[in-house]
Design a binder for this molecule. Structure first.
Ligand code: MG
Length: 167
């Protein structure tokens, strides 16, 4: 059996290949948490995204989701699945279900954060959702949003929150 690559490095490389950097995910985390954590920096967000990317369930979702997106992009999936994933059909929903595995790693705050950025689609999420000709990101947009939501939840649990009197 072939030796397994370091899945943390492998996941980062897969994201990079799709033009998704840790920095761009960290910016989503910053967007989610800036009003709640005093003196928050993007560097702190980067650290938390890195911790999330070390979780095996997150790495599994990245590998699986990007593989399906790539196969759909190359028109290699069997029909009717090929068409459904290629056009990012609204009723498909397996992309969101897979992302929930990531969202839940730091508890239920993750779910609120995920729902919120999925609706607003800031930064890199807008780019992934542009549905450019020939590009399929049906799974990737949910995975990226879920990683940001999980990192934001981790920070909410670990850092002093802004109290009302600080505002
Ligand atoms: Mg999607």
């Amino acid at each position: 059996m072939a030796k397994q690559p370091d899945l943390y490095e492998h996941s980062i490389a897969l994201l990079k290949q799709e033009n998704v950097s840790i920095q761009s995910i960290a910016e989503l985390v910053f967007f989610l948490q800036k009003d709640y954590i005093k003196d928050l920096t993007v560097e702190e967000c980067i650290d938390n995204v890195s911790v999330v990317l070390k979780k095996r369930e997150v790495q599994n979702a990245i590998m699986t989701g990007i593989a399906l997106d790539e196969l759909a992009q190359a028109k290699q999936l069997p029909e009717p699945l090929q068409h459904i994933i290629e056009i990012d059909e609204g009723l498909y929903g397996v992309d969101e279900i897979m992302a929930l595995g990531i969202v839940n790693v730091y508890g239920s705050i993750g779910l609120t954060n995920y729902g919120y950025i999925d609706k607003i689609k800031p930064g890199i999420l807008a780019e992934l959702n542009a549905h450019k000709q020939g590009e399929v990101h049906t799974f990737l947009d949910d995975i990226v949003g879920a990683i940001a939501a999980a990192a934001a939840s981790r920070m909410a649990h670990s850092l002093p929150l802004i109290q009302d009197e600080d505002k």
